[in-house]
Design a protein around this ligand. Structure first.
Ligand code: 6GU
Length: 287
């Protein structure tokens, strides 16, 4: 890691203090909105919102379909902070920049992180438009040594060697599935393994087949670094992937994926996803 990428505890603290002095909201839950899923943030009541460019120390987002602001407010009476637009490594950010907001959230008092993303499916039983409750992840970059926790460990956040064997909170997954039952949407809800790859290109057929054989249900270009950092500092994590396309696993058929199609499907199911997250937050034992 280059020294210019080193972020120290005071950097997180400076940003957290700035936010605490610019809003009266004291969120216990943070929500990271994926591609085309940012309208969740618009649903917050009593909003205080900050474009990333106004927040000292915050990275800037560059992807189309990601608005790039931090929104504080209430979801059914629970105080939340929402990232409308996240940071990806393929934008040129270091992983420590990508995950910077998560540690800031920790300093704000956030205890639970909810992550959403758009993903392509590898599991044959999945359909476009399905919502996948993330049971676990495969962090391809992490396995290869690209980890936001690389460098000196900040003991104030967590241990040098954090376990990752129960990251996606079981109780929250159960609660979400029960909610899906009561909402009558279980026919398009799955639970599975998310795999993060670096992007920005989508997978080759050979790569798709490799991931499929490894037990990956859905693949995307985000989420794992934020989740690793959240888990490291003791946050409870819940994640949802919206299946926006099937990953092409055959040389003979299958539509090549494109970003516009991904955004289009996000819109289709965004309302359901929004209701699910809203109800889940409202049932959380907080505030
Ligand atoms: Cl097919 N691959 C990756 N890596 N990310 C995606 C995707 C596919 N579809 C949506 N996001």
């Amino acid at each position: 890691m280059h020294s210019k990428d080193q972020i120290c505890h005071e950097d997180y603290q400076r940003t957290a203090s700035w936010l605490l002095s610019h809003t009266e909201h004291r969120p216990k839950v943070a929500i990271i909105c994926g591609s085309g899923l940012g309208m969740l943030a618009d649903a917050l009541k009593c909003q205080d919102s900050f474009p990333y460019s106004d927040i000292p120390g915050f990275p800037q987002s560059t992807v189309q379909g990601h608005a790039g602001r931090l929104v504080f407010g209430e979801l059914k009476g629970k105080t939340c902070v929402c990232m409308q637009g996240r940071f990806h490594m393929y934008e040129g950010h270091s992983l420590s920049k990508t995950t910077f907001p998560v540690r800031v959230f920790k300093l704000l008092g956030v205890e639970t992180l909810v992550v959403t993303n758009a993903a392509g499916s590898l599991a044959d039983s999945y359909q476009v438009g399905d919502i996948m409750i993330i049971k676990d992840h495969i962090n391809v970059l992490g396995l290869a040594g690209l980890n936001p926790l690389n460098g000196p460990n900040d003991d104030k956040f967590g241990p040098r060697f954090p376990p990752m064997s129960c990251v996606y909170d079981k109780d929250l997954r159960k609660m979400a599935f029960d909610l899906c039952k009561s909402m009558g949407v279980t026919q398009f809800v799955q639970e599975g393994v998310y795999c993060m790859v670096g992007g920005p290109n989508f997978e080759t057929v050979a790569e798709a087949r490799l991931l499929h054989r490894l037990g990956v249900d859905a693949v995307g270009m985000s989420t794992a670094p934020e989740v690793v950092v959240a888990s490291h500092c003791g946050m409870r994590v819940f994640g949802l992937s919206l299946i926006t396309n099937k990953v092409v696993k055959s040389y003979d058929d299958g539509e090549p994926v494109n970003h516009e199609a991904v955004l289009e499907v996000s819109k289709l199911r965004s309302q359901t996803l929004q209701s699910l997250v809203t109800e889940l937050v409202s049932q959380m034992d907080i505030n």
